[in-house]
Design a protein around this ligand. Structure first.
Ligand code: SAM
Length: 315
C-alpha cells in the first residue's frame, strides 16, 4: 500500500532557488511578441508555484467537489483519488504518484483547483495596451502574484500597485515582491501592495493609474479563505456583491485612471454567475468606453464550457 504521508510530504515540487533566479532573469531578458497572447515561456510559472502553491491548494473552485488540500489531508479521499489514477494509467502517466496527483487536481471533477492567471499573458497584456516606460499598473485583486510578476519583469519597468484583503496572501506577496527586487538588483519601490478590499477608495491613487487590470473574484465561484473581508463573505448575495463591491470598485477605477487611460478586466461567466453584462453596464454608467472584447483561448479550463472574456475599456 502507498504511504499517504510520503505523498503529502512530496506533493510540493522542491525547487532550487538558484534555478528560480535564473528563470526570472531569463524571462526579464526575453522579448515577448505581444501581438498574440500565446504562452511563450512555461518555466516562469515555476516561480509562482514555489511562492504560492500551498495557498492555491487551500482554495476551492466550484468546478470540483473538494480543494486539493481537502483531498490530500483526508485518508479516504486521497485513497479514492490514487485508486482512480491507478485505474487510468494511460491518462496518468507521470513518473511518480505525487506528479500524477498534481495532474489529477487539475483535471478531475473531484477536485476544484482554482486557476491562476498566466504571468506571460499578463505581461503581454500590459505591453500590448500600455507600451510606455514607467507606466503605473493597478491590480485591483492581486491573487497569487501573476500580474505583479508580469509587470515587474517587463522591459517597460512598470510601477505596480495591487490590492487584496487576504491577510496571509498579503504577507506572501510582500515576500515575493522583495525576492523579485533582490534578484533584479532593484529597490523595492516599483511595487506597492495594499491589504484591503478594492471597493475601498484610495485617495492617493486618484489620477495616477495608466492601466488597471485584474481577474476579480467571480462572486463565490472560487473560495480562497474564510477571512471575513472576502467580497463574497461581506456581501453574500450576488445582488449585494454587485451593488457593494463591483459598482464602487469600477467607480474607484474611473477616478484612479488618467484621461485616456485603460481599464481591463478578465471575466468568466459561469452557468450560475453572469458578471460580464453587469460589469459592462456599470462601466458604461461610470463613463468608460468599450474598446475591445477579446477571448483568450489558453485561459479556458478544458473541463468547463465557461465563457472567458477580456474587456478592454478607455476613460
Ligand atoms: C485574483 S482573484 C481571482 C483569481 C482568478 N481565478 C485568476 O485567475 O486570477 C482572487 C483574489 O481576489 C481576492 N479578493 C477577495 N475579495 C476581494 C476584495 N474585496 N477586493 C479585492 N480582492 C478581493 C481574494 O483574496 C483572492 O486573492
Amino acid at each position: 500500500m502507498v504511504d499517504l504521508d510520503i505523498i503529502r510530504d512530496s506533493i510540493n515540487i522542491q525547487y532550487d532557488e538558484k534555478e528560480l533566479e535564473t528563470i526570472l532573469l531569463q524571462f526579464c531578458n526575453q522579448p515577448l511578441n505581444h501581438d498574440n497572447f500565446y504562452i511563450q515561456n512555461r518555466s516562469i510559472s515555476k516561480v509562482l508555484a514555489y511562492f504560492f502553491n500551498d495557498l492555491i491548494y487551500k482554495a476551492k473552485s466550484k468546478n470540483g467537489r473538494y480543494s486539493p488540500n481537502e483531498i490530500l489531508y483526508d485518508d479516504k479521499l486521497l485513497r479514492q483519488a490514487l485508486d482512480y489514477i491507478g485505474k487510468h494509467p494511460n491518462f496518468y502517466a507521470q513518473k511518480s504518484p505525487e506528479a500524477n496527483l498534481r495532474d489529477f487536481f487539475y483535471s478531475s471533477s473531484m477536485c476544484g483547483k482554482v486557476t491562476n492567471f498566466n504571468p506571460v499573458i499578463a505581461r503581454k497584456i500590459f505591453e500590448h495596451y500600455m507600451p510606455c516606460e514607467n507606466a503605473t499598473i493597478f491590480d485591483y485583486s492581486c491573487g497569487f502574484g501573476s500580474r505583479m510578476l508580469g509587470a515587474l519583469t517587463s522591459p517597460y519597468k512598470y510601477r505596480y500597485v495591487g490590492v487584496d484583503p487576504y491577510r496571509e496572501l498579503y504577507y506572501r506577496l510582500l515576500q515575493f515582491s522583495n525576492w523579485i527586487s533582490t534578484v533584479l538588483g532593484e529597490d523595492e519601490s516599483r511595487a506597492q501592495i495594499i491589504n484591503q478590499g478594492a471597493e475601498q477608495f484610495i485617495d492617493s491613487l486618484v489620477g495616477q493609474v495608466d492601466l488597471s487590470f485584474s481577474s476579480p473574484p467571480y462572486f463565490n465561484y472560487e473560495i480562497y479563505t474564510d477571512e471575513p473581508t472576502q467580497a463574497y463573505i461581506m456581501w453574500p448575495t450576488y445582488e449585494e456583491f454587485v451593488k457593494k463591491f463591483v459598482s464602487p470598485l469600477i467607480q474607484n477605477l474611473y477616478a484612479y485612471t488618467k484621461p485616456n487611460g485603460i481599464h481591463i478586466v478578465n471575466l468568466e461567466d459561469t452557468k450560475r454567475i453572469k458578471m460580464i453584462d453587469d460589469w459592462l453596464r456599470i462601466a458604461y454608467e461610470v463613463g468608460f468606453k468599450l474598446v475591445e472584447k477579446r477571448e483568450i483561448e489558453t485561459l479556458k479550463r478544458k473541463s468547463t464550457k465557461n465563457k472567458n472574456l477580456l474587456l478592454v475599456m478607455e476613460k
